[in-house]
Design a binder for this molecule. Structure first.
Ligand SMILES: NC(=O)C1=CN([C@@H]2O[C@H](COP(=O)(O)OP(=O)(O)OC[C@H]3O[C@@H](n4cnc5c(N)ncnc54)[C@H](OP(=O)(O)O)[C@@H]3O)[C@@H](O)[C@H]2O)C=CC1
Ligand SMILES: O=C(O)CCC(=O)C(=O)O
Ligand SMILES: [Mg+2]
Length: 745
C-alpha cells in the first residue's frame, strides 16, 4: 500500500458480490480519484486463493500473489482501510468444481486428493485445505465485530415492511438439541496463568500416546477450553429425533455451519446422513468404502461416486436409499422441484441464515411437495441451539415480529485473533481410539485439561486471547455510550468457558466509565427472552456475544427487522488501529449468478457496499485529516438515504431495476449531493458536471441498463469469470460509462 496517498483496499471476491464490484468500482473511482484517494483492489476469490497455493504448476503469466496473506499483514498496520465483500467459504464440492474450471482453462494445478495416500498427495491436500471453508475471514478479522442496522435502513424497513409469516400457537415446529454428550456438557475451561506452550495428545486405551497437535503457544491470561462430542450420544440423538419426527409427522431438518466449523460440522452432518439411510449403509457399506464415498460432503458425494458403477448396481443402491424413506420422517427440502433435500450437501443449509428464514415465515420449511410445513430443526450442539427454541416459544405466544414497530438489536461480537470455536479448526480431531485426551504443558508435563473420550468422538480445543477480550469489552462500552442503548453480555455462568469470560468482563468493565449506562450480564436464554420482550415494545438492545452467537444473531435480528442481513453495517475496528468494513452479514448468494447468466438480471443489493464505503471514507477522512473525504462520506450517506426513500433498490424480478440500475441511482444522488453542498466549493465545482450529466441522462441510462435484460449473459466462467466479459455485462450503459470516465479525468 502506498504511504503517500490515502488508500482504500477493495476486495475482489466471488459470485454476485464480485459481479457487482465490476460495476461499482468505476463509480467509486469517479468520486475518489478527483479527491486524491486511491482505491486498490485485492483478489481473494477462491480461484485466486487456489492459484496462489500452486505457483510451481503455473507459467509466469498465470502466477498470482498470495493476496490473502498480504492483506492479513496489512490488518496489523494502523493506517489500513479495507472494504471486504462476502466470499465463498468453499465446500469440498465447490473446491473441486473450481479446480476443474481452472484446469479446463489451462492452469495445470493438481486434482484434489480426496483420499490422500502418498506424502505428495497429503501435501497437495494440505495446501488445498487452506482454501476450504471459512478461510478468509479468520485471517482478516484482526478486530472484533460491530454490526448494526443504520438509522436510515431501519427507517426504510419501518416504512416499507417486508412480509412476515404467521406464527400459530399450534405450530409444532421446534428445535431439537442434544441433552448430554455434546460439546456443552463435558466442557472444561481455564484461564492460563503464564505464557506456556501446550500440546494436544491422546493416551489411547492400548497404552499408545498420539500427539495430535504438537504445539499451541499460549499467552498469559488466555482462556482455553477442551470439549468433545460423543459419537455414540450423537448417533442415539439422531435416531431418537428421526423417530420422533416420523411418529409425530413433522419434517426433519438439520442445521449446521459446515463452512465456519469446517472440521467438526461436516462430521456431525455425515453421521446424520448415515443414520437416516442406515439400512442402505449397512448393506452397501463395504462398496461405499471401496468407492471412497464420504457423506460428510453430503449425499451428493454418494450419488456422484456410484455413477461409475454398472447401471444395475447403481439402480439397486438408489432403490435401497429410497426404501429408507419409508420408515424415516419427511425431510425438509432445499429445492423440492429438483428433489434436493437438506441432507444433500452440508453447506446448503447454513444455520445462521436458515433458522431466521424458518422463523420469519412462521416456523416452516419447504417439503418435498413444495409446500411449507412444520419442522423439527435439529441443531445438535446445545451450546447455542437453545436461543432458537426461546425465540420460537416467544413467537408462538406473541405472534411474529412486526418490522414496523420492532426495536433493533445490534451486536458487538468477540472474534478477533480467531477467538473461541472460530479458531479451533487446527485443534479439532476425530478421535481414532478411545482413551484420555489431554492438553499438556510441554515444558513441565503438567496436564492442564483432560477428557475421557471414545473412538469417533470429536475433540477440540478453543482459545481466546486476553487482548481481544479487553478490546471487546471496550467496544461494547463505546457502543453503549454512543447509542444509549441497554447492553447485554450474553454469557452463561453454567458454561465453564463463559464463566471464565464473565470474570474478565467484570474486571475490564471497571476500566471504563460506565456511569449512566445499562450494562448487564445474562445467560443466553434469559438474554434472548429479555431482548425479545424489549423488541416487541420497540426498545433497542445491544447484544454483546462470543463468536458463534455473533454469527447467529447478526443474521437473526436483521432478517426479522430488515428482511435480510445484507443491509447491515458491519464494521471491524482492527485492534492495530485500522478499519475493515465488511458488507452486510450475508454471503454470496449463488442463485443470483444463475439469474444473471440466464436472464441478465442481477438482483444482488449493493447497499452493504454503499454503507461500508461511507464509513471507510469517514475513517480515512478522520485519520488523514482529509476534509474532502469526510464530505464524500457524508454526502454518500445522504445519497444512500435518498436511494432508500425513492425505492431504488434492485428488484428480484427480471425486467425491473437491478444491481446496475441501483448503483447508477446511488451515483446520481451522490453527485447531486456533492454539487449541492457548500462546505467545500472546489468539491462542489468538481462534481457539478457529473451531477448534471447523470441527472440529464437519467432516463437514457436507465433505458440502456434495462434494455439488456431478458437474454442470456456470458461471463466466461463461474469461479474465474473473464474480466472483459464481466465488464461488458456489468457496464452496458455507454452513456453512464462516458460520464464516469469524464469525472475520473
Ligand atoms: N462474510 C462472508 O464472506 C460470508 C460468506 N458466506 C458464503 O456465501 C455463500 C452463500 O451462503 P448463504 O447461506 O446462502 O447466505 P447468503 O447470505 O448468501 O444468502 C441468503 C439469502 O439472502 C439474500 N441475500 C443475501 N445478501 C444479499 C444481497 N446483497 N442482495 C440481495 N439478497 C441478498 C438472498 O435471498 P434471495 O434469494 O431471496 O434474494 C440469499 O439467497 C456460501 O458460499 C457462504 O459460505 C456466507 C455468509 C458470510
Ligand atoms: O466466514 C464465513 O464463512 C462466514 C461468516 C459469517 O457468516 C459471518 O461472519 O456472518
Ligand atoms: Mg453469518
Amino acid at each position: 500500500m502506498s504511504t503517500t496517498e490515502p488508500t482504500i483496499i477493495y476486495t475482489l471476491t466471488d459470485e454476485a458480490p464480485a459481479l457487482a464490484t465490476r460495476a461499482f468500482l468505476p463509480i467509486v473511482r469517479a468520486f475518489t480519484a478527483p479527491v486524491g484517494i486511491k482505491v486498490e483492489t485485492s483478489d481473494i476469490s477462491v480461484a485466486a486463493r487456489i492459484l496462489a497455493g500452486f505457483p510451481e504448476c503455473l507459467s509466469d503469466e498465470q502466477k498470482v500473489p498470495d493476496n490473502l496473506a498480504e492483506l492479513g499483514k496489512l490488518t496489523l498496520l494502523p493506517d489500513t482501510n479495507i472494504i471486504k465483500l462476502p466470499n465463498i467459504s468453499a465446500s469440498v464440492h465447490q473446491l473441486t468444481s473450481a479446480i476443474k474450471e481452472l484446469q479446463a482453462r489451462g492452469y495445470k494445478i493438481p486434482d484434489y486428493p480426496e483420499d490422500p495416500k502418498t506424502e505428495e498427495e497429503k501435501g497437495i491436500r494440505a495446501r488445498y485445505s487452506k482454501c476450504l471453508g471459512s478461510a478468509v475471514n479468520p485471517v482478516l478479522r484482526e478486530g472484533n465485530s460491530d454490526r448494526r442496522a443504520p438509522k436510515a435502513v431501519k427507517e426504510y424497513a419501518r416504512k416499507n415492511p417486508h412480509s412476515m409469516g404467521e406464527w400459530s400457537m399450534a405450530s409444532r415446529s421446534h428445535v431439537a438439541h442434544m441433552k448430554h454428550g455434546d460439546f456443552y456438557h463435558g466442557e472444561k475451561s481455564m484461564t492460563i496463568d503464564k505464557a506456556r506452550d501446550v500440546r494436544m495428545e491422546l493416551v489411547g486405551e492400548s497404552g499408545k500416546t498420539t500427539v495430535l497437535k504438537p504445539k499451541v503457544p499460549l499467552l498469559a491470561g488466555e482462556i482455553i477450553d477442551s470439549m468433545f462430542m460423543s459419537k455414540k450420544a450423537l448417533l442415539d440423538f439422531y435416531e431418537e429425533q428421526m423417530e420422533d419426527a416420523r411418529k409425530t409427522g413433522v419434517m426433519f431438518s438439520l442445521h449446521v455451519k459446515a463452512t465456519m466449523m469446517k472440521v467438526s460440522h461436516p462430521i456431525v452432518f455425515g453421521h446424520a446422513v448415515r443414520i437416516f439411510y442406515k439400512e442402505a449403509f449397512e448393506k452397501h457399506g463395504k462398496l461405499f468404502d471401496e468407492l471412497g464415498v464420504n457423506v460428510n460432503n453430503g449425499l451428493v458425494d454418494l450419488y456422484s461416486k456410484i455413477e461409475s458403477l454398472p447401471s444395475t448396481k447403481k439402480e439397486e443402491i438408489v432403490r435401497d436409499l429410497h426404501a429408507c424413506h419409508e420408515h424415516r420422517p419427511k425431510l425438509a427440502m432445499v429445492d423440492s422441484a429438483k428433489g434436493i433435500s437438506n441432507l444433500h450437501a452440508p453447506n446448503d443449509v447454513i444455520v445462521d441464515a436458515s433458522m431466521p428464514a424458518m422463523i420469519r415465515i412462521g416456523g416452516k420449511m419447504w417439503g418435498a411437495d413444495g409446500k411449507p410445513d412444520d419442522t423439527k430443526a435439529v441443531i445438535p450442539e446445545s451450546t447455542f441451539a437453545r436461543i432458537y427454541q426461546e425465540i420460537i416459544n416467544f413467537c408462538k405466544t406473541n405472534g411474529n415480529f412486526d418490522p414496523v414497530t420492532m426495536g433493533t438489536v445490534p451486536n458487538v461480537g468477540l472474534m478477533a485473533q480467531q477467538a473461541e470455536e472460530y479458531g479451533s479448526h487446527d485443534k479439532t480431531f476425530e478421535v481414532a481410539e478411545g482413551g484420555v485426551a489431554n492438553i499438556v504443558d510441554i515444558a513441565t508435563g503438567e496436564v492442564l485439561l483432560s477428557q475421557n473420550v471414545e473412538a469417533g468422538d470429536i475433540w477440540r480445543m478453543c482459545q481466546v486471547k486476553d487482548a481481544p477480550i479487553r478490546d471487546w469489552v471496550k467496544l461494547a462500552v463505546t457502543r453503549a455510550r454512543n447509542s444509549g442503548m441497554t447492553t447485554l453480555f450474553w454469557l452463561d455462568p453454567y458454561r465453564p468457558h463463559e464463566a471464565e469470560l464473565i470474570k474478565k468482563v467484570q474486571t475490564y468493565l471497571k476500566d471504563h466509565d460506565t456511569s449512566g449506562l445499562d450494562i448487564q450480564i445474562m445467560s443466553q436464554v434469559r438474554a434472548m427472552r429479555y431482548t425479545l420482550e424489549r423488541v416487541i415494545r420497540g426498545l433497542d438492545t445491544i447484544s454483546v456475544t462470543g463468536n458463534i452467537l455473533r454469527d447467529y444473531l447478526t443474521d437473526l435480528f436483521p432478517i426479522m427487522e430488515l428482511g435480510t442481513s445484507a443491509k447491515m453495517l458491519s464494521i471491524v475496528p482492527l485492534m492495530a488501529g485500522g478499519g475493515m468494513y465488511e458488507t452486510g452479514a450475508g454471503g454470496s448468494a449463488p442463485k443470483h449468478v444463475k439469474q444473471l447468466v440466464e436472464e441478465n438480471h442481477l438482483r444482488w443489493d449493493s447497499l452493504g457496499e454503499f454503507l461500508a464505503l461511507a464509513v471507510s471514507l469517514e475513517d480515512l477522512g478522520l485519520k488523514t485529516g482529509n476534509a474532502q473525504a469526510k464530505i464524500l462520506a457524508k454526502t454518500l450517506d445522504t445519497a444512500t438515504g435518498k436511494l432508500l426513500d425513492n425505492n431504488k433498490n434492485p428488484s428480484p424480478k427480471t425486467g425491473q431495476l437491478d444491481n446496475r440500475g441501483s448503483q447508477f441511482y446511488l451515483a446520481m444522488y451522490w453527485a447531486q449531493e456533492l454539487a449541492a453542498q457548500s462546505d467545500d466549493k472546489a468539491l462542489q465545482a468538481k462534481f457539478a458536471g457529473l451531477a448534471d450529466a447523470l441527472t440529464r441522462d437519467e432516463q437514457k441510462i436507465v433505458g440502456e441498463l434495462l434494455a439488456v435484460q431478458g437474454a442470456a449473459a456470458d461471463i466466461g466462467g463461474y469461479y474465474l469469470p473473464d474480466a472483459e466479459k464481466c465488464d461488458s455485462v456489468m457496464r452496458p450503459s455507454a452513456t453512464l460509462n462516458a460520464a464516469l470516465a469524464k469525472a475520473q479525468g
